[in-house]
Design a protein around this ligand. Structure first.
Ligand SMILES: [Zn+2]
Length: 322
């Protein structure tokens, strides 16, 4: 890091360094086209290596899962006696009653959408940490893409959960999904184009509040309606809550620069930002499990057949007024 404190590299220090990370910096590549050099540096050991690979490997894992769902036409389920990605033939042969299998139809696109959101988040992060050294402009641009991609993940969480929970309340499912897409989409565009600052404070709060409300609505929907008697649905709320706690924990570690604050220079390869990445992965996997539980419940006999009499979630409006 011999050249790092030179005046022209101040942006780089502001951008990526932590005052408690002392070594293993890549040289900022501010002069000319150094995208290839930055790409080559992926195969070297430096203080962004763990940041790059924690999200690159998670991206590959999510892509593999998405491919498996697209090819098999089935998402992982928990409550049908089948643990993971059953083939229809294997399920029919041994584990699932024929009538359950016949009734087991629920679209997999909401779970696939979530995996797509997670992949966009990890891809944005991987690109940011790989190419942040290229130039101040690259840093500014990639940082915006990174934040916008996080927003895309939140949008995909909300829409996916709304589609599972409000399946038989089509109006609610559509309204909440549009709210999620509208508020989140506006935030994604504003962040990606660097126009966030042009937005008034109230409008900004409104967009974040709308996105948050749309994400909370399916979880509250489970807890205040007869769906609270459906064990997989309640377990899904637990997994979603675990996701929020783990993401919050990771964010707090990063904000406080723990643990490198306590032992400066001792955590130069794996520090608070890397721990935050791990928390994003683990928390998002918890949310994936939440969606799998919702999906599993929908696949149980009759639970996705909205025309059936006595469908629990069709009785919601009555229940709420009782
Ligand atoms: Zn990061």
């Amino acid at each position: 890091m011999n050249d790092l404190h030179h005046e022209k590299h101040r942006w780089f220090l502001a951008a990526v360094s932590s005052p408690f990370v002392h070594s293993r910096y890549r040289q900022p590549l501010a002069d000319g086209d150094h995208w290839k050099a930055a790409l080559r540096s992926v195969m070297m050991l430096h203080n962004e290596s763990c940041n790059i690979f924690t999200h690159l490997l998670a991206l590959l894992a999510a892509a593999t899962m998405l491919l498996a769902i697209l090819v098999s036409g089935m998402a992982p389920v928990f409550e049908l006696g089948v643990q993971f990605l059953p083939s229809r033939a294997a399920a029919a042969a041994a584990l699932v009653p024929a009538e359950a299998l016949a009734a087991a139809s629920f679209p997999t696109w909401p779970i696939s959408l979530f995996l797509g959101g997670f992949m966009s988040c990890t891809l944005g992060s991987t690109l940011y940490h790989t190419f942040v050294v290229v130039s101040p402009r690259a840093f500014q641009f990639l940082l915006r893409i990174d934040y916008a991609a996080i927003c895309a993940l939140v949008v995909s969480c909300g829409i996916s959960a709304c589609q599972h929970v409000f399946h038989c309340l089509t109006g609610v499912a559509t309204t909440m999904s549009i709210a999620c897409l509208g508020c989140g989409g506006a935030l994604i565009v504003l962040i990606a184009t660097g126009k966030m600052e042009t937005l008034g404070g109230a409008a900004r709060v409104g967009l974040f509040a709308g996105l948050t409300a749309a994400n909370l609505s399916p979880l509250i929907g489970i807890l205040v309606t007869p769906l609270r008697h459906a064990t997989p649905m309640v377990e899904a709320v637990g997994w979603a809550a675990a996701c929020v706690v783990i993401h919050g924990f990771g964010g707090a570690l990063y904000a406080m620069r723990v643990p490198e604050r306590w032992w400066p220079g001792r955590f130069d390869l794996f520090y608070s930002h890397t721990l935050m990445h791990v928390c994003v992965n683990v928390g998002s996997f918890c949310y994936f499990l939440a969606l799998c539980h919702m999906h599993s419940w929908r696949l149980m006999p009759g639970n996705s057949n909205c025309a059936a009499p006595g469908m629990a979630d069709k009785e919601w409006p009555w229940f709420l007024w009782q």
